[in-house]
Design a protein around this ligand. Structure first.
Ligand code: CAA
Length: 258
């Protein structure tokens, strides 16, 4: 049997998901994306999981969509199959927080996959870019839309039109990345952050994620109302009573995540 393209294990309430096509620098082919979606959906539906860490190898988070697989494709092939669209949309609908722990290359579809996650923590050797223009195409998994929202128009245009790579420090300065850590501490840092998130009440974590995402997709007044209604809804949970009672009693809360 061939080796799994995506490995996964759980550590308490955290799931660690590792892209496992290292010889091809985790190039994203259909089989890998299918497996990734199946694994993430399983964790998303598991009440015992509160946060997910997605990582690659030391050399590459993912070097993009699989160029060898794409090279012979015709317009009819990619249009009729809506190439990658379906599964990619499904990945976007994962409701639990996903932290991308990025070491090495995150290029093309790899950068787009990291941007699909909720938080990017980068190793100091990480390199981000959208080099599709060198292949005679453009980013197709969200790069032209998510990169400008993350880093602004000027830097997004620069990266997408010149195909240059941005190192971890520049990515942090630009706001793409939330933390940069030495490469040998990357996984610990991401798992610790995920453990902190998973210790919070799950309904409030999921609603917080939905509300922050709404900031990208709605006018301010609609986003503010969406936030306020979700804020109100959390007063129906036992975890809200417990979280506030614990504060008043100067102790740690014991959340039921429901
Ligand atoms: N697709 C398929 N195979 C890839 C790949 C990709 N995106 N990236 C790397 N590989 C393969 C290489 O072909 C090579 O395979 P072989 O050993 O069989 O020859 C192996 O991975 C190792 O790669 P290199 O020998 O090239 O490693 P390197 O250290 O010299 O260079 C690199 C690393 C700079 C990342 C270089 O591999 C590279 O430029 N890769 C392509 C990056 C790219 O263009 N990504 C965008 C893809 S298009 C896309 O993603 C479209 C979209 O938005 C949807």
């Amino acid at each position: 049997m061939s080796e799994a393209l995506v490995l996964t294990e759980t550590r308490g309430r955290v799931a660690l998901v590792t892209l496992n096509r290292p010889k091809a620098l985790n190039a994203l082919n259909d089989a890998l994306i299918d497996e990734l979606f199946a694994v993430l959906r399983r964790h998303d539906q598991d009440d015992g999981i509160g946060a997910i860490v997605l990582t690659g190898s030391e050399k590459a988070f993912a070097a993009g969509a699989d160029i060898a697989a794409m090279q012979p494709m015709t317009f009819q092939d990619v249009y009729k199959s809506d190439y990658i669209g379906g599964n990619w949309e499904a990945l976007r609908r994962i409701r639990k927080p996903v932290i991308a722990a990025v070491a090495g290359y995150a290029l093309g579809g790899g950068c787009e996959l990291a941007m699909l996650c909720d938080i990017i923590i980068a190793a100091d050797n990480a390199r981000f870019g959208q080099p599709e223009i060198k292949l005679g195409i453009i980013p197709g998994f969200g790069g032209t839309q998510r990169l400008p929202r993350a880093v602004g128009k000027a830097k997004a245009m620069d990266l997408i039109l010149t195909a240059r790579m941005m190192d971890a420090e520049e990515a942090e300065r630009a706001g793409l990345v939330s933390r940069v850590v030495p490469a040998d501490r990357l996984l610990d840092e991401a798992l610790n952050a995920a453990t902190v998130i998973a210790s919070m009440s799950l309904p409030s974590v999921m609603m917080a994620k939905e509300c922050v995402n709404a900031a990208y997709e709605s006018p301010l007044h609609e986003g503010l109302l969406f936030e306020r209604r979700n804020f109100h809804a959390l007063f129906s949970t036992q975890d809200q009573k417990e979280g506030m009672q614990a504060f008043l009693e100067k102790r740690q809360p014991v959340f039921r995540h429901e």
